[in-house]
Design a protein around this ligand. Structure first.
Ligand SMILES: [Cu+2]
Length: 173
């Protein structure tokens, strides 16, 4: 009995947590979880990370996003090129979210890039992010401002990389 009760509690808790966490979900079968904003640095850029799952049997793609305080938003990926990490807009300007799969936007990899950032945000701040999917349409999610990862504290392109010269990839991946 006790075990059953515990299991019941856990299931209940999981439901509550799912409902309260900063995840978005709708009838389209797309869920977006763990939305984090890398927006604390006093630079003109920032980025957003999240976990996107396509529960449907139709391929989808993240095609864009909008955030107040970001003049321009691009979808980027990071690559190792001649020994340096560079980031570039994703091919076709969209991040595929294949049917039944989970795609993780994370430090050192895919990310939603905020350009022309109006101002740095404080840790813990909540940020509304409007995501656009090819099939699922628009989805509003809430990001929490987190500590930046070293690997995302970089300027665009390899020219700047070399000048900066202080890439510390150890702190993030
Ligand atoms: Cu980027």
């Amino acid at each position: 009995m006790k075990r059953l009760f515990l299991t019941g509690c856990l299931v209940f808790l999981a439901i509550i947590m799912a409902a309260c966490s900063s995840s978005g979900s709708d009838a389209s079968g797309i869920t977006v979880e763990n939305v984090r904003a890398n927006m604390t640095l006093p630079t003109e850029t920032g980025s957003f990370w999240m976990v996107i799952t396509n529960h449907s049997d139709t391929d989808d793609a993240l095609t864009g996003a909008a955030v107040n305080g970001c003049g321009v938003i691009e979808l980027h990926n990071m690559f190792m090129e001649e020994g340096v990490m560079v980031m570039r807009p994703v091919e076709g300007g969209q991040i595929p979210i294949p049917a039944g799969e989970t795609v993780e936007l994370k430090p050192g990899g895919l990310h939603v890039m905020c350009l022309q950032k109006a101002a740095p945000l404080e840790l813990g701040t909540k940020v509304n992010v409007s995501l656009t999917f090819a099939n699922a349409g628009t989805m509003e999610v809430e990001a929490t401002v987190v500590e930046p990862a070293a690997s995302t504290n970089m300027e665009m392109g390899s020219e700047n990389m070399e000048e900066g010269g202080e890439m510390d990839m150890g702190g993030g991946n």
